[in-house]
Design a protein around this ligand. Structure first.
Ligand code: TXA
Ligand code: MG
Length: 345
């Protein structure tokens, strides 16, 4: 069903309170609200309302077996969602909540069945973005929210990205400017065995190990999993983050990269590279942060993928990031955007 999508500014939770109250009422009534978090924009619905949540799957064109993250505003909202709260969850919450970390716990069964995509676990996160927190608090319900993009497309870090993908499919888009972290939350499962990172993000594996000791990294973080394969995090098996161009990820020094791209230049060929690289590349180049600053790469990455579309890129050579710290998350997204096509020079 086509909806009339309202776009309203919500830069500050106090000044824009009337707007947030309106959006919270839409959530309570079963509607779909797009809102900013510190990571990326999310498309939210009342996690306790099966019909509202099924609207998210429809709006995104998302496979039904790919579960959603439930967003809360207070620690006290957690006990109703999880069957039990392991000590590791308390430690992680003390260290990283509110913030870009999602924990997978055994579900209490309180959330709508489709939120968990048929699993007996639930993914929970307490975002730190002031607008997100105030919206959830005012709604008074846990909010299921995947990234606010059509399935398979790059995640949105501005309201404009959301509008381009979801206009006519959601009730309201709250415009709070761009998202400071830029890549989605780190996902860690605590639902049995050694804690395991299913998706890397701004809370790094190194930081998690400092708090928990042993932490594993799921094989699907760095490697391709076949569609249809059994994976811990269903989201990992689908094509993701894809702009319209074909991307090849190139592991190289700045100089090797420049020489390689110049040999291959032609119509529709673009580079995606670091700020320092772009002035010397000799083909249209979109910058995605500084070489030594993975946080700046994370912040820019999805906007850069959207800009490649606007530039009409058909073939993109992307300079690969370093895999340390947040760089692991940047690489994890880029390698999916490139459908695992990579080359080492
Ligand atoms: O930063 C974020 O996490 C953003 C913002 C909006 O909060 N949300 C987000 O949601 O990235 P989404 O739906 O795009 O990604 C959720 C990921 C998917 O890979 C999904 O498979 C996984 O989390 N996931 C959710 N529930 C799970 C569960 N119970 N077990 C395993 N994986 C789960
Ligand atoms: Mg997503």
């Amino acid at each position: 069903m086509r909806k009339h999508t309202l776009v309203l500014k919500a830069a500050d939770p106090c000044g824009d309170r009337a707007v947030l109250e309106k959006a919270a009422a839409i959530l309570r009534e079963g509607g779909l609200v797009v809102f900013a978090t510190e990571t990326v924009y999310g498309i939210g619905a009342n996690a306790l309302d099966e019909q509202a949540v099924s609207g998210i799957f429809e709006a995104k064109g998302r496979p039904q077996d790919n579960p959603l993250i439930v967003h809360i505003a207070r620690w006290d909202d957690l006990p109703t969602l999880a069957r039990e709260i392991p000590p590791a969850a308390r430690l992680l919450a003390a260290g990283f909540w509110p913030g870009p970390l999602t924990m997978i716990l055994e579900s209490s069964g309180a959330v709508a069945a489709c939120v968990s995509g048929g699993l007996n676990t639930v993914a929970v996160r307490m975002p730190s973005h002031p607008v997100a927190r105030e919206l959830i608090r005012l709604a008074g319900v846990p909010v299921a929210a995947p990234s606010a993009n059509r399935s398979g497309r790059p995640s949105p870090t501005t309201a404009r990205h959301c509008f381009d993908d979801l206009s006519g499919r959601v009730d309201i888009i709250l415009d709070s400017g761009s998202c400071p972290v830029g890549v989605e939350s780190t996902v860690i499962t605590l639902a049995g065995g050694t804690p395991r990172v299913l998706r890397p993000g701004a809370v790094t594996v190194e930081q998690l190990r400092e708090v928990l000791g042993e932490v594993e990294v799921d094989a699907a973080v760095l490697h391709h999993v076949e569609e249809g394969a059994a994976v811990a995090s269903p989201g990992m098996k689908y094509q993701h983050y894809a702009p319209r161009a074909d991307i090849q990820l190139v592991h190289a020094t700045g100089r090797q990269f420049r020489e390689y791209v110049q040999r291959l230049k032609g119509e529709g060929v673009c580079a995606l590279a670091f700020d320092e690289d772009c002035p010397h590349i000799g083909v249209p180049c979109i910058a995605y942060g500084a070489e030594d600053d993975p946080a700046s790469q994370a912040e820019r990455l999805f906007a850069a993928l959207h800009e490649l579309d606007q530039a009409g890129a058909k073939r993109v050579y992307a300079r690969a990031p370093n895999l340390v710290g947040v760089g692991l998350a940047v690489y994890n997204r880029l390698i999916r955007a490139a459908a695992f096509e990579e080359i080492y020079l």
